[in-house]
Write a protein that binds this ligand. Structure first.
Ligand code: XMP
Length: 507
């Protein structure tokens, strides 16, 4: 399925919804030509919404031949209007703009097969279709938009003015499924097992009998990428795990046990804690810390790689969202950008070809593939963790003592968040150690000790985030356990800032 991006904020979401229905979908720019569409041999096209008016000078248009190829097409919002305009219908600014929840009356069958005749949908439009494409039948309307959906099964054309992809359209996913399965005849075959099979074949074809290197960070992306490559080429793969001593409690042990112990992946475990700590000595500036961790990581990794002899390929956990964000496509630009984000920076001048088995996957799909590969639940569902690790959650100088305090506090916080069943629904939850001390009293004695700050955020993509409304009893348990169990801590505070204006991390 090709989702044509016409500038809408939900284009990526449409691609995800289609994949949730287990149909493989890719996002493509609206400049795609009829020839390019044919070469991809899609089952169908979905045209996204977009902020423009179809009549605006700079409105995104499409190669008109794309719409007459006979490939079934569903236009959503702007996409529907574009279909109408190009194929003999009409679009006007009628003054009947709709924003938000709207009641929709629908005809039985087609896109609305098996759905109630009246349903709530999410609308966001100023222009409206005032005549459907030639031969198309109007199949839904709202109070102010009489043509809110049309169908022309003979020509394989469908249009909806509302947004079936957003959660505010409760039956939206069923509308999409009706299109995919009943009207287009697609099969729900995009399963984690199918993804694994396809990627294993691709990796084998790319790598041949050469050796492959992978840097494990402890996070889910590099872990799943490594397991896929190992499944494909076995011990031609060597993983290098640089333990910089800035990981969370038990994280390093889990990586070593899972990869070395359980999956028998050849693993070089570099214990570089001392090295990192001594380079961080006396450094307080956040950017300086990031730079040091990044540089040192590259140095250690290069040293280890050079010991392995002639290795031609390097595994990278680039995700589909990175590919889309960086302009997408087949040009490999995305790979470079991600290399500095994923594992805290890999050598830019290493002359190795990249193997990117996650390049077509969204994060939640990576997790499902990880589960299918038998990766432990704790690793598959691990919340994102920054490359520089705990170094940017300790304000001021990073010392062994402060690392111990923060790691213990973080472990308690994680444990209680998991116990309360909140771990998966939070984007991140963690402890921060500020560079201050405050006065307290414990057993008649005055204390002068660190506070710990609790930071927990729900988020879709880390670009924006809210602060989590954690239940008081969970907060109470976390607070009293941290204060009672960790020497050197006498106070717990809660971070109530959203992003923006704050960031998720403190440094
Ligand atoms: P901020 O603090 O900018 O973080 O709101 C957004 C997301 O990015 C993660 N993050 C990093 N990830 N290397 C990484 O791999 C880094 O240097 C880095 N800094 C922040 C952060 O944990 C959050 O999920």
């Amino acid at each position: 399925m090709l989702v044509v991006d016409l500038g809408g904020q939900y284009a990526q979401l449409i691609a995800r919804r289609v994949r949730e229905a287990r149909v493989y979908s890719e996002l493509v720019p609206h400049t795609i030509t009829a020839q390019q569409v044919l070469a991809r041999r899609p089952h169908a096209l979905i045209l996204s919404g977009g902020p423009a008016s179809v009549y605006a000078d700079d409105a995104p248009r499409m190669d008109p031949h794309v719409l007459t190829l006979g490939v079934p097409t569903l236009g959503i919002c702007y996409g529907m209007q574009l279909l109408a305009l190009e194929l003999g219908g009409a679009v006007e600014r009628t003054g009947a703009s709709e924003f938000g929840k709207t009641e929709l009356r629908t005809d039985e069958g087609g896109l609305f097969e098996g759905l109630p005749p009246v349903q709530t949908v999410w609308m966001s439009h100023r222009d409206s279709v005032t005549a459907p494409p030639e031969g198309a039948r109007v199949v839904a309307g709202s109070a102010s938009t009489p043509i809110a959906a049309f169908e022309s099964p003979e020509r394989g054309l469908y249009g909806v003015q509302f947004h079936p992809e957003v959660i505010h359209t409760p039956h939206g996913q069923e509308v999409l499924k009706n299109f995919l399965f009943r009207l287009v005849g697609a099969q729900p075959a995009w399963t984690p097992a199918a993804v694994i099979e396809e990627q294993v074949e691709r990796i084998r074809a790319q790598v041949g009998r050469e050796r492959v290197l992978c840097a494990l960070s402890g996070g889910v992306d590099s872990a799943v990428a490594a397991l896929l490559v190992h499944k494909a080429v076995g011990d031609q793969l060597t993983c290098v795990f640089v333990d910089h001593g800035l990981l969370r409690e038990n994280e390093a042990e889990q990586v070593v046990e899972t990869f070395g112990g359980h999956f028998h992946v050849p693993l070089v475990h570099v214990e570089a804690q001392e090295r990192f700590l001594s380079r961080l000595g006396g450094v307080e500036d956040p950017e300086q810390k990031r730079k040091i961790v990044g540089e040192e990581f590259i140095r250690v990794f290069e040293e280890e790689a050079s010991k392995l002899g002639d290795v031609r390929f390097l595994v990278q956990g680039t995700l589909y969202s990175d590919v889309i964000e960086s302009g997408g496509g087949e040009d490999g630009v995305a790979a470079k950008i991600k290399s500095h984000h994923n594992v805290g920076g890999l050598p830019a001048d290493m002359r190795m070809q990249l193997v990117e088995p996650l390049r077509l996957l969204f994060k939640d799909e990576v997790r499902r593939v990880g589960e299918e590969l038998g990766m432990p639940e704790r690793m598959v569902w691990r919340q994102p963790f920054p490359g520089p690790g705990l170094a940017i959650r300790i304000i001021g100088e990073v010392t062994a003592e402060r690392l111990d305090v923060l790691r213990s506090a973080d472990a308690i916080l994680q444990e209680e968040i998991r116990r309360a069943g909140l771990y998966r629904e939070l984007w991140q939850s963690f402890a921060v150690l500020p560079a201050i001390r405050s006065v307290g009293v414990q057993g008649d004695e005055r204390t002068y000790a660190y506070p710990i700050v609790i930071r927990a955020v729900p988020s879709e993509d880390a670009m924006t985030a809210d602060w989590a409304r954690l239940p008081y009893d969970v907060l109470e348990t976390i607070s009293s356990r941290i204060i009672n169990e960790i020497p050197g801590v006498n106070r717990v505070a809660l971070d109530l800032s959203s992003k923006p204006p704050a960031t998720i991390e403190w440094e």
